[in-house]
Design a protein around this ligand. Structure first.
Ligand code: GLA
Length: 391
């Protein structure tokens, strides 16, 4: 059964009827530009073939019911109760199970944006790995936002829907994330990466030409789950805000590489290293876009590696599993490799020659076994289409 069929089957089980439509949105891999999004900086993600499907039908009452193949029980609330559930207080658990806070949070954020409509039943199925740093959450938000935008005739464009998804994630789920994942999921295109200026939300689709160049991107999911509603992610965000304030600005986007000497003088070592990661990472994104245009994907390997080292040493969000995946992939001839996503677990990516996929995959698998780590899940991803209506 495909994932789309699984969403349909769940909908039938829930309602005994056919849905009004099916909408889907993908997860993403970030090629480069990590933790720069909430610093008003630059990112270069792409949408992946793994998607979340939402089969959605209209109800006769004003209630919203969500069901997921991941959960035993559906969750149902009245549309006018959403305001009592959200926003979730910072650091608190959502009042509904976390998986349900994503689609319900999207409905809530759409209502705040002025959208209204009938009650709905939403059945969700997804093949985006959860907790792997591949934005399974943005995929749920994107599928739900696309569906409700159409059924409630809200007329919002993709950027606005990305903001709705982010609001759900920040205020309903309580994860203080940036806008990258939702934008990648909404605006991704086949064989393109999305260059995004997170300050202006201006975008440019950058051709990767992977297949033509005989290259592939491997995802090496370490199976170490992460969550961003708690812990390290929020702390890094706070460090960035502190660093910006010490530099007399509201955002690290305004701090340049030339300012780093002064930054080192005015802040403690840890804050300085957090700042240095963001400032140099922004530059690496710009360099990657330039190099892709001038010389193609085979030439970006060193930038990917420098990004990983910066996250490992300065931002300190890597893990032994991610470092091992990156080092082993490089030793087995990957052109470049780095952890991707928020860190503290999840996945790394490797840029490899098509002919080296087997060699790199088995080297990483063997290295994990030798270190006593859980076996990694390794697969290749090609940049895929963003959110859309499927039926
Ligand atoms: C998570 C967040 C994004 C971004 C990345 C790190 O994926 O959801 O907003 O901050 O981490 O680049």
């Amino acid at each position: 059964m495909t994932t789309q069929e699984a969403a349909l089957a769940l909908f039938a089980e829930l309602t005994d009827s056919a849905p009004a439509g099916i909408w889907s949105a993908p997860g993403r891999v970030n090629l480069i530009g990590e933790h720069t999004d909430y610093n008003d900086g630059f990112v270069l993600p792409f949408a992946i073939p793994h998607r979340t499907y939402a089969a959605v039908g209209i109800r006769e009452d004003l209630r919203i019911r969500v069901a997921s193949t991941f959960a035993e029980e559906p969750v149902e609330v009245a549309l006018d109760e959403l305001n009592a559930l959200f926003p979730t207080a910072s650091g608190a658990e959502p009042a509904v199970p976390e998986w349900a806070a994503y689609p319900l949070g999207v409905a809530w954020a759409l209502q705040l944006a002025g959208a209204t409509g009938t009650g709905v039943d939403i059945a969700i199925a997804s093949d985006v790995p959860v907790g792997a740093g591949l934005s399974s959450s943005a995929a749920i938000e994107g599928a739900a936002a696309g569906a409700l935008n159409d059924l409630w005739k809200a007329g919002l464009d993709r950027r606005a829907l990305a903001r709705i998804g982010r609001r759900a994630e920040n205020e309903a789920v309580g994860a203080p994330t940036g806008i990258m994942d939702q934008m990648a999921s909404m605006l991704g295109e086949r064989d393109r990466a999305l260059f995004l200026d997170c300050r202006t939300l201006e975008t440019d689709l950058v051709t990767l030409g992977m297949a033509d160049a005989g290259l592939e991107i491997l995802v090496m999911d370490t199976q170490v789950k992460h969550a961003h509603a708690t812990g390290g992610y929020g702390e890094r965000r706070a460090s960035c805000e502190r660093g910006a304030a010490l530099m007399g600005t509201t955002s690290l986007r305004d701090v340049s590489i030339d300012d780093l000497a002064r930054a080192e003088e005015v802040m403690d070592d840890v804050t300085f290293r957090r700042v240095r990661h963001i400032v140099t990472e922004n530059q690496r994104v710009l360099d990657t876009v330039r190099v892709l245009g001038e010389s193609g994907a085979r030439a970006i390997g060193d930038l990917l590696v420098a990004s990983h080292e910066s996250m490992r040493d300065d931002f300190e969000i890597s893990t032994p599993e991610l470092d091992l995946a990156v080092e082993t992939a490089l030793a087995a001839s990957a052109i470049g490799a780095r952890m991707t996503g928020g860190g503290f677990g999840g996945a790394a990516i490797a840029l490899v020659e098509h002919s080296a996929v087997e060699r790199v995959s088995s080297a990483v698998t063997a290295a994990f076994a030798a270190s006593g780590f859980t076996a990694p899940h390794i697969f290749s991803v090609a940049p895929a289409a963003g959110a859309h209506r499927d039926a």
